[in-house]
Design a protein around this ligand. Structure first.
Ligand code: SAH
Length: 252
């Protein structure tokens, strides 16, 4: 009798253990898949940074930026059919003719803005919301503007679902910036413009930085770092050639 009670509870424990293993192993494998893929992606970004070190004047990016790249789930920001490519170091289509930028470019642009925990940052071109999430890991507040309503709504939903409550998304034309929450410590423009939008320059704090791809759709575009000094003088530096979707809204 005693033996059979013992063996019943033993059996039950075995069953419980089995159920636990059956449930947790696939979960752990799924989590591991992305963790490993993300680590590989971070390694590829580091390699690209070294390859382009003569352009960017450094052979590594800020450790905080790299930690954010290794943390944010990029697969949550791409359409389902793109998930398996989510950690490849390249841009991916996100619908409406738009793309999520290449991870190396996201990391580089973020790094060039020197994000600090107390900063308030404006992004023009929310797209998937991925770049905003990276920035949100590093600064106090992110304000991001998207011109395609469907993309803006999807990004708003995804960012909220993932708990990024320090990001505010607005649908509109980012050329004009976001006056009511300006000025910004830094501004990141994720679509190529023919010129630096004057409203964005005005909304940048003295001592602030802006990163923006400048050039036309078919000719070479350059990533340009804009620095506004404390006495209001603006200096620009061409960093490296890039390829972005155009800033729309008709401001040429
Ligand atoms: N940062 C994005 C990449 C977006 S691609 C990401 O991490 O996924 C550039 C985005 O800029 C596109 O979604 C495009 O619709 C948007 N865009 C283009 N012109 C714009 C404008 N004038 N104002 C706001 N968004 C604009």
């Amino acid at each position: 009798m005693k033996l059979s009670v013992h063996s019943k509870s033993f059996e039950r424990n075995v069953v419980l253990l089995l159920v636990f293993v059956l449930i947790s192993v696939p979960l752990a494998v799924a989590a591991d898949d992305y963790t490993a893929a993300r680590r590989t992606m971070v390694g590829e970004i580091e390699a690209d940074v070294e390859l382009t070190s003569s352009y960017i004047g450094a052979d590594e990016l800020d450790q905080r930026v790299m930690t954010a790249m290794g943390t944010v789930p990029r697969h949550e920001f791409v359409p389902d059919e793109m998930r398996r490519y989510a950690y490849e170091n390249r841009p991916l289509p996100i619908g409406y003719g738009q793309t999520i930028s290449q991870p190396y470019i996201v990391a580089l642009m973020t790094d060039l803005l020197d994000p600090a925990p107390e900063h308030s940052v404006l992004e023009v071109g929310t797209g998937s919301g991925y770049q905003a999430a990276i920035m949100a890991e590093l600064v106090a507040n992110v304000y991001t503007i998207e011109i395609v309503e469907e993309l803006g709504s999807r990004a708003t939903r995804d960012l909220a679902r993932l708990g990024y409550d320090n990001v505010e998304v607005r649908i509109g034309d980012g050329y004009h910036g976001w006056e009511s929450v300006s000025p910004f410590d830094s501004i990141l423009v994720a679509a190529a413009a023919s010129h630096i939008p004057p409203p964005l320059l005005r909304q940048l704090k003295p001592g602030g930085r802006m990163i923006i791809p400048v050039g036309s759709r078919f000719l070479t575009q350059y990533l340009v770092l804009v620095e506004k000094s404390f006495d209001g003088v603006v200096k620009t530096h061409q960093i490296l050639p890039v390829r972005f979707v155009p800033l729309t809204g008709g401001h040429d």
